[in-house]
Write a protein of this length. Structure first.
Length: 345
């Protein structure tokens, strides 16, 4: 006999009762957090550090589909994508605020599941949840997270510091999150036709995790410090490799040569792309949501990273007049176009 799942309407608790329930077990772990949840505003003390702030907004039906995205995974991912922006500045995230707008189709228990993912991410990345807001919605679920971080002034890396002849590098591999999304979308369409059909997801754990539960590359920031390098520019890959390269080039006033055969991709990414008749390079260039770090380095740092298995040199920066080009395996040079997903479409 199935045990009936308890469903508490949000109206039974009210806004403040809901906030108390969702945040009752929060513990402060960072010295820079003087006062967290429970007052009109949080209080932070960064002393002589630079403060870095980033905000992201995720909307149901635009950024995620709850037909196949578990709420706990969504809460985790919503935090991680914000922390990734902080790491892309070569900074350390310390606090987040979480605001949600929810329709009456969501129960208190559903929001507790969402916040379980938020709290898990906070624990993994040593971040304090210090506040936020809740409100009603007529269109489903929207979650907005603001991340606050710190860095020494001399350590901050922006998008605007790349120079001609700098190495273009990336952490990890690309295209996996996009192919994981394509797999989920395919199986969701099958489910709409036949709800009894079991989804065919076996053998693709890696790309599914890349889409549903990505990780921010805190390890890369630690590696920079350990081997003694500071990127000349950096950005996280949220909208696809091509878009992020364009951002670096535009902000730095340089061109770029990207080499097709150097773009790192996992075997599962390639296999799923072949199954769906998609060019895996297109997934890497335009897919997005990999949350790897794309960065440039001075040629002087080549020896420090050339044998690191988690870094790949995928090209080099050029003079602005040379343009932004993809060097194909066939020997052609093609102008690179930013075709990453446009959220406004």
């Amino acid at each position: 006999m199935n045990k009936e799942i308890k469903r508490t309407n949000i109206s039974e608790l009210g806004e403040f009762g809901l906030i108390d329930r969702l945040t009752k077990d929060i513990r402060i772990i960072n010295d820079s957090t003087v006062l967290g949840v429970g007052d009109d505003a949080a209080v932070l003390n960064y002393k002589d550090k630079q403060v870095v702030v980033s905000t992201d907004l995720l909307t149901e039906g635009v950024h995620f589909n709850l037909m196949y995205v578990p709420l706990k995974h969504l809460g985790y991912k919503a935090v991680v994508v914000n922390l990734s922006d902080i790491y892309a500045m070569n900074a350390t995230p310390k606090q987040i605020t979480v605001s949600v707008a929810v329709s009456n189709k969501f129960s208190v228990e559903a929001l507790e599941e969402l916040y379980a993912g938020v709290k898990l991410a906070c624990q993994k990345y040593n971040v304090d949840l210090i506040g936020g807001d809740t409100t009603g919605s007529l269109t489903g679920l929207t979650i907005s997270i603001t991340a606050v971080g710190e860095a020494e002034k001399e350590n901050i890396v922006t998008r605007s510091g790349a120079g001609a002849n700098d190495l273009l590098c990336v952490s990890g591999d690309l295209g996996g999150a996009y192919m994981g999304l394509q797999l989920l979308e395919r199986e969701n369409e099958v489910f709409k036709v036949n709800e009894k059909m079991q989804p065919k997801l076996d053998g693709y754990d890696y790309i599914l995790e890349r889409q549903l539960k990505p990780e921010a590359r805190v390890d890369v920031i630690a590696a920079f410090k350990k081997i003694g390098i500071k990127p000349t520019s950096m950005i996280d890959i949220s909208d696809g490799l091509s878009s992020e390269i364009m951002h670096l080039c535009t902000k730095s006033g340089v061109g770029c040569s990207l080499f097709e055969d150097k773009v790192p991709m996992d075997l599962q990414t390639k296999q799923m792309a072949e199954e769906l008749n998609i060019n895996p390079l297109v997934a890497a260039l335009n897919g997005g949501e990999d949350y790897e770090l794309l960065f440039t380095l001075s040629l002087d740092d080549y020896e420090k990273i050339k044998n690191d298995p988690d870094f790949t040199i995928i090209g080099h920066m050029t003079e602005a007049g040379e343009g932004i080009n993809l060097q194909t395996t066939g020997g052609s040079s093609i102008p690179l176009e930013a075709q990453g997903w446009n959220h406004g479409k």
